[in-house]
Design a protein around this ligand. Structure first.
Ligand SMILES: [Zn+2]
Length: 166
């Protein structure tokens, strides 16, 4: 029996010995290399058993709520509202599903940036006046070409398929 095949079965041998064939068990007992591998795996698992997740700070929820409030107050409602209005009530009604997806993406990216940058330092960092996300929103709003390009792409697609692909 090839050692490589046996080694693939070693986790099973540790966790559910009965699921492993007698052939494998016999090999591990007779093969020094595989026996050593099993011991090492066993030691690793024993170590993992002793590991416990760190306690969450009792102030986590409070801090999180505070950061969220700050973020909401600092958020430039103007940009978001204008983009949302343009997307929902603009001329390109057929683009609404796409626009909604884009808006969702923007919000998701913004949330990710917030979660990554916000940190959980005891003293929340001062909110930057122009975060990368805000800059993105500004350029998106100013550069209507993006929407025009999407629109023409959509029209091309519609022409090819003879129907609304969205
Ligand atoms: Zn072996």
């Amino acid at each position: 029996m090839i050692c490589r095949t046996v080694k693939a079965n070693l986790p099973d041998l540790l966790l559910a010995p009965k699921s492993v064939s007698a052939e494998v068990r016999a090999h591990v007992e007779s093969c020094a290399a595989c026996g050593k591998e099993l011991q090492s795996l066993e030691a690793t698992m024993a170590l993992l058993d002793t590991w416990t997740a760190p306690e969450v700070s009792p102030y986590f929820d409070t801090r999180m709520a505070g950061l969220m409030r700050e973020e909401q107050q600092a958020a430039p409602a103007g940009w978001l509202e204008r983009i949302r209005a343009r997307m929902l009530f603009g001329n390109h009604m057929h683009m609404r599903p796409l626009a909604a997806a884009a808006l969702a993406l923007i919000v998701a990216v913004g949330g990710g940036t917030y979660a990554g940058f916000g940190g959980f330092s005891p003293k929340p960092a001062p909110v930057q006046t122009a975060s990368p996300v805000i800059k993105d929103l500004q350029s998106l709003d100013e550069n209507a070409q993006v929407f025009q390009q999407l629109n023409s792409m959509d029209q091309q697609e519609t022409g090819d398929n003879g129907g609304n692909s969205l």
